[in-house]
Write a protein that binds this ligand. Sequence first.
Ligand code: 3HC
Length: 297
Amino acid sequence: MKIQKVGVVGCGLMGHGIVQVAAQGGCDVVVVEAEQGFLDKGLGRIEKSVTKLSQKLVEKGKKTEEQAQEMVTGTLGRITGSLDKADLADCDLVVDAIVENLEIKKALFAELGGICKPETVFASNTSSFPIGEMADASGRPDRFVGLHFFNPVQLMRLVEVVRTESTDEDVFAAARAFGEACGKTPVSCKDTPGFVVNRLLVPYMTQALLMLDRGDASREDIDAAMQLGCGHPMGPLTLTDYVGLDTTLFILQGWKERYPDEPAFEVPAILEKLVAEGKLGRKTGEGFYKWDGDKKA
Ligand code: 3HC
């Protein structure tokens, strides 16, 4: 089974990156958004990102100016934007990158199950929800996987490929091959909360937030400690701003509800407070830090 035509639902922070790496990998991509404004914004980010990446390859001597231009026009030429899910009907794979809300995702897959051809493989980019529940809602649990990319998708080299007990072997192999075509290293995961990365990363971020809230250390010192002491590219508070405080909160709240006795899934009060104030991190210009675009203000 070869995945050539890919659908992506959602062109936000994660969706636009998935669209881009799939198109860079040679797939034809249809991306569906709810509103033209969201679509335009996502497509604009892709153009900026692929232009930047291609120029970096020129600087490193890995591409000529002409090849870089081909990379940009080729990638953009393989992407089609749409406001209509019916345009996903003949895709080989459809990936969900919509809001982190299980009921909304289940409703999406139930709808896609009625729209897409029977062979279409479905995947969710969920950070934390059970793949099996969405697979059941889609009506085709054997053709369903998790494909969990990392932010920023264009630069992070991992994709977690999640299988349930119902996932067909060929579907799983095709999903791994798609991840490789996107330039990523796939790791195989079972359908467990947070898979591998978030099961380790989110409790670590939580501990940093609790530490800040207790006044054990300043935000700058917590971040510097993990950058310089452990070689992390970003400290945990900067990373929470980068991931989005709302996304981090949705993950923790979902886990807390499902696994109330798991002490690692504590919801820090400071996270609830900042989200209630609309301070969602880099995307709103303020979280634990103030942001001016990609850089701290
Ligand atoms: N497209 C193209 N170029 C991009 C880009 C993008 N999307 N994002 C950044 N760049 C460029 C920058 O513009 C910069 O270019 P320049 O050198 O010309 O200025 C270059 O890439 C390097 O960026 P930075 O200057 O910011 O330098 P870094 O070396 O710090 O790299 C980083 C950035 C790769 C994001 C690095 O800081 C990092 O690895 N951070 C950790 C990210 C991480 O842990 N992500 C996982 C989050 S968890 C997750 O996503 C799961 C979810 O479910 C919660």
